[in-house]
Design a binder for this molecule. Structure first.
Ligand code: G4P
Length: 531
C-alpha cells in the first residue's frame, strides 16, 4: 500500500545529500554557509568552533579535535524553500573511506566540491567513483574563486577528462582571484557582482546580463574575457537535461567562494530545483521499495558509540527508505528475526540532538541501541525486509591486541566486538586460536590510532597492539557468489564476524599463488554477505 496525503507530501519534500571532496577543498566552510542559508546558524565561524564560537558539527571525539580532521560523521537538517534538506557529513581522512562509503549509501545525491586551484584531487576521484557506482546524481561546486586558480575552461576540461563525466555549467565566473568580479547565472541570465567589501550576502548587486550598466563596474579585460568564454560555452551546450543528470550522466556545475559566501545561495537554489527526493531502494530479493510504501523500512549505515559521555550510549543511524517513522513504534529486525521497539530517537540539527516523534523516508534518525544493531541491518514495521548489503573493504593492516591487566581480557573482547559492530575495525577469527583472541583488521593507520585512543578513553583499558605481517585479506567465492571454505594449497581459512571464510596473506605474491592453485575460485576484495 502506498501513502498519500500529508505523509506523501512530507516524503516528497525530503532531499538527502552529502558533500564529497579532498581535504581542504572547503567542505566545512561550505557546510557552514549552507547551514547559514538554511537558518540553522546565524553567525559564520560556528562550525569548527574556532575563535571561541560554539562548535556545532560532529566534534564528538577528543581525537578529532586534536587532529583537526573530521573523523565521525553527522547529519545536519534544515529547511529551505519548501524542502527539508538532510546534509550528511562525510569524514575527510582517507583512512575512514569505508565510513564515507556507507554515508554515500544513505544519500540520494551528492555535491562534489573542487578547489579551483587544485582541480580533481585523489580523494575526490575515489569518492566520485563510489557515487558513479551507485549512479547517484552529482552536483559540482568549484570553490575558492576569490583565490588564483586554473582558467575556467581548462578546469572544466580537466574535470571532464579525469572523471569521464560531462559537466554542465549552470553559472560562469567573471574573472578569478584578484580579478574575481562576479558570477553569471545562465538560467536566469543574471549577473551577480562580487564586492569583497560587502558585509552581508543580501547586499550583492544583480543585473540582467544585457543591462549595459554592469559593464562599467568590471575591468574591461575581464569583461571581454567573460564574453569570449561565454560565447564558447553557450555555443556548444545544449539545454540542461534534467533526466541525464538524474541518471548520473551529467553534472550541473556552479562556481563560487564558500569563504566569502558568494555563489552558495545560487548553488542551494539549483540544488533545491533539481536534487531528487528519496529514491526507491532495492532489496536483496530484487524488489524495489518505493519511498511512499506504507511499510516503514530503513537500514543502519552508521553506529556511533559513546557520543554522550554522560550516558555512555550507542546510537544507530537509520536511513529511512520508506514510510513514516514514529517514536516508540515496533519494528522487525531482519537479521535477528525479532521485534524491537524504537523507543528513543534523535534527529540532529548540527550537533544539537532533538528528540523526534516522527520522521519520513529520506530522513536519518538516530535510535538508541542496546546492542541490537550492526552496520547494514534492515528493519521494517509491517513486514520484514532485507536491503542490499553495504560492502566492506579488505583491510591492509592487521594486529592482535593484548591487555595489561589479564583480568580485563573479557572487557577488551567486548570492546572489540562493539567497535567491530560500529564498523570502526574488522575482526577475524583464527581457527587455531578461537574468538577470544581475534585478529584486528584496519584499512588505514589512523583507524588503529583511533582504536587505541578509544580503548583508553571510552573503555578505560590499557592495551597494546601487536602488529601482524599480513597485508592482504580476500573472501574466496565461487563465480555465483557462494562462500568457499576449502582451498587447495594449504591456506588457513579464517572467519569474519559473520562467519564467512576469508584468507589472510602476507603479500600479493601469496594471493597469486592462491589463484593459481584454485583457478575456479574468485577472491573478493570488498564483500557483501555470501549468497
Ligand atoms: P575541508 O573541510 O574541506 O577540509 O576545508 P575547510 O572548509 O576547513 O577549508 C580549508 C581552508 O580553505 C580553510 O583555510 C578555509 O578558510 C579555506 N577556504 C574554504 N573556502 C574558501 C574560499 O572560498 N576561499 C578562500 N580563499 N579560502 C577558502 P584555513 O587557513 O585552514 O582556515 P581559516 O583560518 O581560513 O578558517
Amino acid at each position: 500500500m502506498l501513502l498519500t496525503g500529508l505523509p506523501a507530501q512530507e516524503i516528497n519534500r525530503r532531499r538527502t545529500f552529502a558533500i564529497i571532496s579532498h581535504p581542504d577543498a572547503g567542505k566545512t566552510t561550505l557546510t557552514e554557509k549552507l547551514l547559514y542559508h538554511g537558518g540553522v546558524i546565524h553567525q559564520t565561524g560556528e562550525v569548527k568552533g574556532k575563535q571561541g564560537t560554539k562548535a556545532v558539527t560532529s566534534d564528538w571525539m577528543e581525537l578529532e579535535r586534536q587532529k583537526g580532521i573530521s573523523i565521525t560523521s553527522s547529519v545536519m537538517t534544515f529547511d529551505y524553500d519548501s524542502l527539508r534538506v538532510n546534509l550528511l557529513d562525510t569524514p575527510g581522512h582517507k583512512d575512514f573511506s569505508e565510513d564515507t562509503y556507507r554515508v554515500l549509501m544513505a544519500v540520494d545525491s551528492a555535491c562534489m566540491l573542487i578547489d579551483v586551484a587544485k582541480g580533481v584531487e585523489e580523494r575526490t576521484k575515489k569518492l566520485y567513483d563510489v557515487c558513479r557506482y551507485r549512479q547517484i546524481p552529482i552536483f559540482t561546486f568549484i570553490n575558492k574563486l576569490d583565490r588564483e586558480g586554473k582558467a575556467p575552461l581548462e578546469l572544466l576540461d580537466e574535470v571532464e577528462t579525469t572523471l569521464q563525466m560531462s559537466c554542465y555549467p549552470l553559472t560562469w565566473p567573471i574573472g578569478i582571484g584578484n580579478r574575481f568580479a562576479g558570477i553569471y547565472n545562465r538560467l536566469t541570465k543574471e549577473v551577480m557582482l562580487y564586492d569583497q567589501r560587502r558585509e552581508a550576502v543580501e547586499q550583492v548587486e544583480y543585473f540582467k546580463v544585457d543591462d549595459p550598466s554592469w559593464k562599467d563596474k568590471v575591468h574591461p579585460e575581464i569583461y571581454a574575457q567573460f564574453q569570449e568564454e561565454l560565447a564558447l560555452v553557450e555555443g556548444v551546450l545544449p539545454p540542461f537535461d534534467v533526466d541525464e543528470f538524474l541518471k548520473g550522466k551529467i553534472s550541473p556545475l556552479t562556481w563560487g567562494s564558500a569563504k566569502q559566501n558568494f555563489g552558495v545561495d545560487t548553488f542551494l537554489k539549483f540544488f533545491c530545483s533539481y536534487a531528487p527526493g528519496p529514491q526507491a531502494r532495492r532489496t536483496k530479493d530484487g524488489k524495489e521499495i518505493e519511498p511512499t510504501d506504507a511499510n516503514f523500512t530503513g537500514f543502519v549505515f552508521k553506529i556511533q558509540a559513546n557520543m554522550d559521555r554522560r550516558h555512555r550510549d550507542r546510537v544507530a543511524f537509520l536511513r529511512i527508505c520508506s514510510g513514516k517513522f514514529e517514536r516508540g513504534m515496533k519494528i522487525k529486525h531482519s537479521r535477528h528475526d525479532k521485534e524491537i521497539r524504537l523507543a528513543y530517537s534523535n534527529q540532529f540539527v548540527a550537533a544539537e540532538r532533538e528528540t523526534v516523534d516522527e520522521a519520513y523516508a529520506g530522513d536519518i534518525v538516530g535510535v538508541n541501541d542496546t546492542g541490537n544493531f550492526a552496520i547494514g541491518d534492515s528493519v521494517g514495521s509491517l513486514s520484514r525486509v532485507t536491503f542490499e548489503d553495504i560492502p566492506k573493504f579488505a583491510p591492509e593492516l592487521f594486529a592482535r591486541m593484548s591487555v595489561r591487566d589479564a583480568l580485563k581480557r573479557k572487557k577488551m573482547q567486548e570492546a572489540l566486538q562493539h567497535l567491530s559492530e560500529e564498523g570502526a575495525i574488522q575482526l577475524f577469527i583464527d581457527p587455531f586460536v578461537g574468538a577470544q583472541d581475534p585478529i584486528i583488521g584496519a584499512i588505514g593507520e589512523l583507524q588503529f590510532e583511533v582504536l587505541m585512543h578509544r580503548m583508553q578513553d571510552e573503555y578505560n583499558l590499557e592495551v597494546k597492539l601487536n602488529r601482524l605481517s599480513y597485508t592482504v585479506a580476500r573472501w574466496p567465492r565461487t563465480a555465483d557468489g557462494k562462500a568457499v571454505d576449502q582451498l587447495k594449497g594449504n591456506f588457513t581459512i579464517y572467519r569474519d564476524m559473520i562467519e564467512q571464510p576469508v584468507i589472510l596473506l602476507d603479500q600479493e605474491w601469496d594471493l597469486n599463488w592462491a589463484k593459481k592453485e584454485n583457478p575456479d575460485v574468485e577472491f573478493a576484495t570488498s564483500i557483501a554477505r555470501a549468497r
